[in-house]
Structure formats: structure tokens, C-alpha cells
Ligand binder design. Structure first.
Ligand code: AMP
Length: 554
């Protein structure tokens, strides 16, 4: 077993390093050192995850519960814990400070060391608790962990409890660290990750079976695959020149789903690859009725239509995806329809290395027409223009232009799928801060500071503030959400845990000294809270630079 202390020391070291290369080598040596039995857990831990992101397991520890556990362990009132959080800006430092100061701390607990496995087992217990009394039981389990932890470890237990490790280790660093630790090509590590969605499993496979093992990792029913993504099309003519023949589909205004059918069992994953099956009984029914296959993995878009068959706003669809209670009633209120456009696995065989045109043939063979998105293959720019206008007239976003000869590349935003939309692209940005409003809006957080990602350094770079496009009612709702994730407050300024993604439209991108990114948005307005997207899905500085360059080229 590897001690949790080793893990905590590695985290502490990583916090002091800013170079990605150096971080990679620290993570690589740690992975080499970890006991085989804990390698999967340790790999997830270092990324701030306790379970593979796609599993249904959730710790369900909010800040309230965490503060209560810290308060109980340290015998301080919750109010003092909240104050410490304000002072330190961090739940980890708060836990460390509060608990280390506790009287008699070291006499109360045994000298036994916590192992990585011990911490994981406790977290597993916490995740398995539900129903009446579960909150208290969760607090007790956390108290146990805090009690058993030594200074230096407490901080990381608190941060892991809210799955926010703050050591700057993202997917890129872990990919390269696995490659370095086990001497396997980083492309194979990444490929494995796109297919099984869990660096824990990838690290274990790389260690035990090397490159050959990684190559054997494949698409499997029950494990969601990263979704293939689209790039912005320069224009119809460019797409036709590039692809010759273009497979044209409507770009539906809905929400992405990946559906796994295993005989009579249907599982639905959202764009973030979270299991949303329970909320979507009507889609489950459609798949059971209209898909004729023993096993299949399907890719598509769910749309909510009004009685005139026009798509309802995105928020309405999200109501369906988030619903945990009364799902049947909501399904009647907001019925969803399914538009499948891809097939990644059929009757035991992966299709991701099969050309789109053949995947599509099989999709049509096994599905009723009513649930398949129409597709036309053409080399005529004029015909694409007509389909584009039809899609917009029907209230959808535009068209997708796909290369019929292309393979399915999980997790990749490549040239084989292009999206054509009328307005200048919106950006999906992470909300990192805000300001309390003035006048009528003093009880609301009235403006939000947003940031894009820098995947190289794993930092968030601010790019502007948004205050328009938000009604008072919406401000109230947003304030309720953001209140819970405040990490620092100074006068009217607040800093948030970077958790929430805004889709923001704007007129122009300008160069600016005012924000870390070096850019600012002109006339930004909030389009949507993208609760279907996680911070990793937010747009990058590279995308901002591309948009800026294109705008200049006009
Ligand atoms: P964006 O979110 O702007 O990057 O656009 C890509 C998204 O468009 C995908 O993730 C899907 O959710 C959505 N979409 C709608 N219709 C289609 C389609 N026919 N093919 C692929 N993606 C589609």
C-alpha cells in the first residue's frame, strides 16, 4: 500500500511548480512509485477525481457538509470555519488550520498511517450513503478521515472531498506522465483515454501491458466514449473544396446524447458523459422500440419541440436532463425527440474505425427512420445553401458538414466535422468571479468575470465581464447558484470556484491589457448557463486567438 502522506507530499510539491514539464516528471515518478493496487485510484486522485467521471458514483459533499465536518472535527463553530474560508480562500487550508489547532489532536487518534486505499474506501462509503440520515453519516465518515489525517494530509482530504485539488494537474500532464512513467507513446495513452474515459484504467494498462495493452483498449458497452466534436466551418465553398462530397445534416438545437443499448438495457450519457438515463424515460422507450440491435452505441441530439415543431430554448431541455424527481410528468410537459446521427458500436464490434458513410448505412439498417437525423450527401454548394436555410427556418442552429470518408475520432475537434452557423461564434467561458450589484440589484451578483482555458499551463485566463442578457429573475437564480461556490469575498468583489460555464455571445474580440488573456469581448451577453459543460469543455485561448484572427481577416 502507498501512504496518503506520499500523495499529499507530491501535491504539495506540485503546488510550488509552474512548469508543465517539471510537473509531468513529478507526476510520472509518483505513478511509478504507487502500489499496483492503488494505481488507478492514485491517478484519479492526482486529477482531483475520486471516481471515473462517467460512473454514477458521486460523493455528494457540498461546501455546507464539508464545513460541518471540519467544524465537528475541530470543535469550532461553523461560523469560524466560514470565516477561515474567507481568510484563506481555500477549503483545504481551512481544514488544515482548523484541525491542526484542535486541542489534543494527536492524542486522540492512533499513529497508524492512512493509505491511499483507506482514503478511497471512506470516500466510497460516503458515495454509497443515501436517504434519511445520510448527511449525518457522511459528516461522520469525513470526520473519521480528518481525525485520522496528519498535518499536510488534511488539506488534500478536504480538497478531494469537493473534488477540487487545485494543483494544476490536468489531462495533458497526466497523459504525458503516464507516457513517461511506463515508456509508452503519449498518442496511445490519449487514444486509450478517449476510449475508456478513465486515466486510472489507462495508467494501470500502460504499467501492466505497455503499448500492446493500450492498443487493446477498445470501445465497450457501458463505458462512454469521448464524443467527436466539430470545428467552425469557414464557409460552404471551403467545405466542398476540402471534402468533395459533403454529408450534410441539420445542426439541431438540442442536447447531445450517447446511448448504449445492451439488449434490454439502455443507458444514456450526456455531453459530459454523465449518466442521465433516469431523467429520460421517453428516450429509453424510443430506443427500446425503434433500435433493432443486440448491442449498440449510438450518438445523437435530443430536441424538445413545441406544438409547431420548433425547438424550445436550451434551458427547457436542461430541465429534462437535470430532473431527478417526477421525471414522467416532466417528460409529458417537455417531450424530447431523438435525432441519431452516428453509430459507434454494433453487435459486439467497434465501428469507430469504419468510414462515416458505412456507419451511417448500418445506423439506417438498425433504426426506425423516425429517430434518425436526415442526411444528404452532395457536392453542390447551392444544395447545401438550401438545406442550411431550411434548418434555420425550422428554428435550428445551422448545418453540420461531415466528411463521408472520415473515421470517428473520439474527443477530437477536427476538420471532418464542420459546423456552419449564422452568427459569429459564441464562446463557452468559465465564471471565475463577480461583483455584487448596485441600486436595485444589491442583493444580486450583478456581473460575472469570465475566463478561457490555457490547456498548456492549465490556467484560466480572464477575458471579460458579462452583465447583460440577464433578467432580474435569472440574476436571482444565478446568485443562488454562485453563492454556494464563493471562495473569496472582498467588498463587492467575489471569487468563485471555477465550476460553471457560460455561453456568451459578443460583437467582437478586441486586444486588451485589462484581462489575463490579452483579449476582451465587446458587448458580451449571456446566452445560456451551460450546465451540460464542465470546465474542461470551456473554450481555450487558442480558440479566442483563432476567432480574433478570422475577424481581422474579414
Ligand atoms: P458546438 O456545441 O457548437 O461545438 O456544436 C457541436 C454540437 O452540435 C454537437 O456536440 C452536438 O451536440 C450538436 N449537433 C446538433 N446536430 C448535430 C449533428 N447533426 N451532428 C453532430 N452534432 C450535432
Amino acid at each position: 500500500m502507498t501512504s496518503f502522506k506520499t500523495f499529499a507530499q507530491v501535491c504539495e510539491k506540485l503546488e510550488g511548480i509552474s512548469s508543465s514539464l517539471e510537473m509531468t516528471s513529478v507526476v510520472a515518478s509518483f505513478l511509478k512509485e504507487v502500489d499496483d493496487r492503488e494505481l488507478e485510484i492514485a491517478t484519479r486522485f492526482i486529477m482531483g477525481n475520486v471516481f471515473p467521471v462517467w460512473t454514477e458514483k458521486e460523493l455528494g459533499i457540498g461546501t455546507g457538509l464539508l464545513y460541518a465536518a471540519i467544524a465537528k472535527t475541530s470543535s469550532l463553530p461553523v461560523r469560524s470555519i466560514e470565516e477561515l474560508v474567507k481568510e484563506t480562500g481555500d477549503v483545504g487550508k481551512t481544514a488544515e488550520k482548523a484541525i491542526a489547532n484542535r486541542k489534543g489532536h494527536f492524542d486522540l487518534f492512533s499513529e497508524e498511517e492512512l493509505s491511499i486505499q483507506d482514503v478511497f474506501s471512506r470516500f466510497l462509503k460516503i458515495a454509497d450513503l443515501s436517504g434519511k440520515g445520510s448527511q449525518d453519516a457522511k459528516i461522520k465518515n469525513l470526520q473519521y478521515l480528518f481525525g485520522a489525517s496528519k498535518p499536510g494530509e488534511t488539506k488534500y482530504i478536504a480538497r478531494l472531498a469537493v473534488e477540487e485539488l487545485r494543483i494544476g494537474v490536468g489531462e495533458g500532464i497526466v497523459r504525458n506522465a503516464i507516457s513517461e512513467a511506463y515508456d509508452v507513446p503519449s498518442e496511445l495513452v490519449e487514444r486509450g483515454y478517449m476510449l475508456v474515459n478513465d486515466y486510472g484504467l489507462v495508467a494501470y494498462t500502460a504499467k501492466k501491458e505497455g503499448a500492446t495493452g493500450l492498443l487493446k483498449l477498445s470501445v465497450a458497452i457501458g463505458i462512454p466514449i469521448k464524443l467527436m466534436l466539430a470545428q467552425v466551418a469557414e464557409g460552404i465553398n471551403e467545405a466542398v473544396t476540402e471534402m468533395d462530397n459533403v454529408a450534410v445534416e441539420w445542426k439541431f438545437d438540442g442536447a447531445r446524447v450517447q446511448i448504449h443499448k445492451d439488449r434490454n438495457k439502455v443507458t444514456i450519457y450526456s455531453r459530459r458523459l454523465e449518466n442521465v438515463t433516469y431523467s429520460l424515460p421517453d428516450i429509453v422507450r424510443s430506443v427500446k422500440t425503434f433500435v433493432k440491435a443486440d448491442t449498440a452505441i449510438l450518438d445523437g441530439e435530443c430536441v424538445a419541440l413545441d406544438p409547431d415543431k420548433r425547438p424550445l430554448p436550451f434551458q427547457e431541455i436542461l430541465k429534462r436532463f437535470r430532473r431527478k424527481y417526477d421525471v414522467t410528468v416532466t417528460a409529458i410537459e417537455i417531450p424530447l425527440s431523438l435525432n441519431l446521427f452516428d453509430l459507434l458500436f454494433l453487435n459486439g464490434e467497434s465501428l469507430i474505425d469504419t468510414e462515416l458513410i458505412n456507419r451511417r448505412k448500418k445506423l439506417e439498417e438498425i433504426c426506425d427512420k423516425s429517430i434518425v437525423a436526415s442526411q444528404i450527401i452532395t457536392d453542390s454548394a447551392a444544395q447545401i445553401g438550401i438545406i442550411y436555410k431550411e434548418a434555420l427556418a425550422a428554428g435550428h442552429e445551422g448545418v453540420m458538414l461531415k466528411n463521408p470518408g472520415s473515421l470517428y475520432t473520439p474527443g477530437k475537434r477536427g476538420k471532418n466535422w464542420l459546423k456552419l452557423k449564422p452568427i459569429m461564434d459564441t464562446l463557452d467561458l468559465v465564471v471565475v468571479g463577480g461583483e455584487w450589484g448596485e441600486g436595485r440589484r444589491t442583493s444580486y451578483i450583478g456581473s460575472y468575470l469570465m475566463a478561457c482555458r490555457d490547456p498548456d499551463t492549465n490556467r484560466l485566463l480572464t477575458i471579460g465581464r458579462v452583465a447583460t442578457g440577464i433578467t432580474d429573475e435569472k440574476l436571482g437564480e444565478l446568485t443562488d447558484i454562485f453563492k454556494d461556490i464563493v471562495i473569496l469575498e472582498n467588498g463587492i468583489h467575489v471569487e468563485f470556484e471555477p465550476k460553471i460555464v457560460f455561453e456568451v455571445a459578443f460583437e467582437e474580440i478586441q486586444k486588451s491589457q485589462n484581462y489575463d488573456s490579452g483579449y476582451a469581448l465587446r458587448f458580451p451577453r449571456l446566452i445560456n448557463v451551460r450546465s451540460d459543460k464542465s470546465v474542461e469543455d470551456a473554450d481555450t485561448i487558442e480558440k479566442v486567438e483563432q476567432l480574433y484572427a478570422r475577424q481581422k481577416g474579414k
